[in-house]
Ligand binder design. Structure first.
Ligand SMILES: Nc1ncnc2c1ncn2[C@@H]1O[C@H](COP(=O)(O)OP(=O)(O)O)[C@@H](O)[C@H]1O
Ligand SMILES: [Mg+2]
Length: 224
């Protein structure tokens, strides 16, 4: 079982006239067999935490370990593999590539991993079937609703069976019914594939599905 461990993390942003301290000696270990909801008021650092865990942003002090590996020691190739295979990312916006079809959007991480083309096609179709979108496989993203696009984004995120699925406000742009559908899907895949799930959200319905609800307070993560 994999883990992501934050050790004595400090994070601050310096702007022209001030320093914003977001995390202060934050330590926490996430386990692959669990789901976590990260909550807290807007601007508190939820997105920053997801970005740190996915090595898209870096702590000011402290370090982050994926299993025994320090994320800050990854070279660019290791970092690419980490992002393509070890973690899957879902954001508020689906961020699909408009010039590619739905199935191509799902397969793209397989291309990066140089997987066999037929495997990629078949597996992408299987995933799309799972989210009831196999009939949209050859459409372009602009012909899909926001909720449908988010389902495609989830299929893309999990294509290489990552150990952790990280989501930043995945239901933030959706109406209540569609949000529920996306929330259920995240947990369905989490259970089927035994992925750790870390979701930054202020959606209480979504958060209530998680094994642990964590609140960012005073620069640390507190169990709710
Ligand atoms: N790249 C950046 N440069 C300066 N300040 C930033 C940057 N990214 C985020 N911040 C600031 O850090 C704080 C936390 O932001 P964020 O993690 O986006 O909060 P949340 O996702 O909880 O709404 C906010 O005050 C935000 O303005
Ligand atoms: Mg945010």
């Amino acid at each position: 079982m994999s883990s992501i461990e934050l050790k004595n993390i400090n994070k601050s942003y310096r702007t022209v006239d001030q320093t914003i301290n977001i995390f202060n000696d934050l330590s926490f270990k996430f386990h692959q067999n669990k789901s976590y909801a990260i909550m807290g008021v807007s601007g508190i650092g939820k997105s920053t935490l997801i970005n740190l865990i996915s090595n898209l942003d870096f702590p000011t002090n402290g370090h982050i370990l994926f299993n025994e590996f320090n994320l800050s020691h990854f070279n660019s190739e290791q970092n690419q593999i980490f992002l393509n295979e070890s973690v899957g990312l879902v954001f508020q916006e689906p961020n699909l590539i408009n010039e590619l079809t739905v199935i191509e959007n799902v397969m793209i991480k397989g291309f990066i991993k140089k997987r066999d083309l037929n495997y990629c096609k078949n597996f992408a179709l299987e995933l799309l079937k799972n989210v009831d979108l196999e009939n949209k496989a050859n459409e372009y993203p602009s012909n899909l609703s926001g909720g449908q696009q988010q389902r495609v984004a989830i299929c893309r995120a999990i294509f290489n069976k990552p150990q952790f699925l990280l989501a930043d406000e995945p239901t933030g742009n959706l109406d209540e019914k569609t949000a529920k559908n996306i929330a259920d899907l995240l947990f369905q895949f989490k259970n089927e594939w035994q992925m750790g799930l870390i979701i930054a959200t202020h959606d209480k319905n979504l958060a209530s599905l998680a094994d642990e609800i964590l609140i960012i307070k005073d620069g640390k993560l507190e169990r709710f």
